[in-house]
Design a protein around this ligand. Structure first.
Ligand SMILES: C[S@@+](CC[C@H](N)C(=O)[O-])C[C@H]1O[C@@H](n2cnc3c(N)ncnc32)[C@H](O)[C@@H]1O
Length: 225
């Protein structure tokens, strides 16, 4: 199906998100879908942005940021806007349509500062291919990131291990990963989570529960062991 044809079959909305602490306002284009998961803003990304606001005093030395599973892009675009001094923010996803929507949302917010959008499948770091012009995230970024962010990415059991491998692979020895999960989705394999972190060579440096309306979110700060 052509892209335009696909858009016309779904209702496209531009939603406004306000973050009072940092006074950042973002506009995010979303698509109401009948299939797929990646073209709306998942609430975990809003929680992640709010959490980043509270962490700001500790993020002054953050220079390189990587987002995994960016979806429509709220998390990475927020990080780019908040962390003005950071050199580059890389946003990644496995889904070509998401990568296109991230680019549109970057333009919509006139995001300044360097920002890069790349194809990345978790756990696959040595692939050098182009998919519909989307360049794969290069493996030479290994160990380069001060901060890795990811929201609502823990929901497919077989993807958890590759996700943790990517966090381990790309995070600096002194780096931190902020991971925000929807509690209900994560509970499916919560009993295995700690063991898998250990296996991946990661550890929790902080674990919080945020209750937002009826939903609960788990917020983790992860570091190397
Ligand atoms: C539930 S969405 C969350 C999107 C966004 N982080 C948010 O909170 O709004 C999960 C995202 O992870 C991406 N994803 C799923 N499996 C992946 C994989 N194996 N490698 C890379 N990205 C993946 C999906 O394409 C989707 O954009």
């Amino acid at each position: 199906m052509f892209e335009d044809e696909e858009e016309s079959k779904h209702s496209v909305e531009i939603l406004t998100y306000d973050f009072p602490v940092s006074k950042i306002q973002l506009q995010i284009k979303t698509m109401k879908l009948h299939v797929g998961v990646s073209r709306s803003v998942w609430k975990a990304s809003v929680i992640m942005a709010r959490y980043l606001e509270t962490l700001l005093p500790d993020l002054q030395n953050v220079n390189t940021v990587l987002e995994l599973g960016s979806g429509t892009g709220l998390g990475g675009i927020f990080a780019r806007t908040l962390l003005k001094e950071a050199e580059t923010v890389y946003m990644t996803d496995i889904c070509t349509k998401s990568l296109q929507m991230i680019r549109e949302n970057i333009l919509l917010n006139m995001t300044s500062g360097e920002i890069s959008v790349n194809y990345l499948e978790w756990g696959k770091h040595d692939i050098n291919h182009e998919l519909n012009d989307d360049k794969a995230f290069p493996t030479e970024h290994q160990g380069q990131f001060d901060l890795i962010i990811a929201s609502d990415v823990v929901y497919i059991p077989e993807c958890l291990q590759p996700l943790l491998q990517s966090i381990k692979h790309f995070m600096k020895p002194t780096g931190t990963c902020l991971l925000v999960n929807n509690r209900i989705r994560q509970d499916l394999f919560i009993d295995r989570f700690d063991g898998m972190l250990d296996q991946a060579g990661l550890k929790k440096s902080k674990e919080d529960e945020v209750i937002e309306g009826a939903d609960k979110f788990k917020v983790y700060l992860l570091t190397h062991q």
